[in-house]
Write a protein that binds this ligand. Sequence first.
Ligand code: AKG
Length: 372
Amino acid sequence: MSSGKENSSAISEQERETGETFRVSQEFELAGSSRKKLNAPVTLGIIDVRKTAKKDWESAINTAFHQTRKPVVIRGCDIGPCKEKWSPEYLISNCPPEKKVKVHKSKERQLDFRRKNFIYDTISFRHLIWLCSGIESEEVEEEKYQYFWYLRSIGEDPRGKDVSDISVHFPTLAADLKIPDVFPNESFFSSVFRITSPHLQLWTHYDTCDNILIQIRGRKRIVFYPPTEALNLYLDGDKSEIVDIDNPDFERYPKFRDVEHFEVILEEGDIVFIPALWFHNVTALDYSISVNVFWKNLGEQLYDKKDPYGNKDLIPAQLGYRTLDKIIGQLHTLPPQYQDFYLRRMVVRLEKRIDELDVTTKQESTDDNLDA
Ligand SMILES: O=C(O)CCC(=O)C(=O)O
């Protein structure tokens, strides 16, 4: 549904300017999720609500959300008129000209949180749309092809402390979006605009709220890693250190070679369920607009009250980390070989506990497809 004027010329201009080519896009277009590289990704299950009886797709959604807790694509849902209406021109004329947004701005398409290859900036919403969509505008001509832009997921508070809700912060546009009824209203946490330049890739991370990503304009590639792969992703907090997931440095990251992963390319109108704790890496293949809706799937008391993004660790886990820091501090009085020994013994205890929990490590492949 995108107008032909959007994005594709911006991409080639950009590539010409920077000399950078988008290594993977062609490959995705041709091979989609059956791409063979590293170990092969598993294709995500698809529930097509237009092609299945209501009771069957409701039951499949229920199973994915509450039992298997696996990502799944929901295709063919009514998401309201946004898909047809949200051209760049419409977005600009339905948002006050003075509306400001916070963005990441980067010379490189792969955002790297460790190298901080991006800056935080505040620009007008209309500038963001001009810059990302590549449509003609004299106001942004100079900056157009120089940076990749990513709308940050925050509300209006200048210190970035409040929770994003598009029905509050973009009321006119929000009226065009119908959020599917897949979670209880009282569990709602946030709704977040995701607007990005073509090719921008966001680091691998997890969230602690369940969420759906509704793809409205352009396509997005998402690679998922199950929570059981946490030891193989070289984590730094809630993010993976590995920036280039398609060309990883295996000498530095040997455990990443056999990591289990799932992959999907979201088309306009698709919705993907992202369960809490599932790692995901997101690449906009085109100029892209999505809306991310988060909800609390566990008891309210387990969540950190000072969490504007839905990604702070749950309270019992935060207490656990604090205890762990204390343990490490307590061992500090011992010589290094002793510290090493006792830490390994504790790892044995932790591994036993992980075995007892017996959470399935190998996710089944896609026999849950409901798209035929
Ligand atoms: O679509 C994006 O840009 C990021 C999505 C994301 O991080 C999420 O769904 O939690």
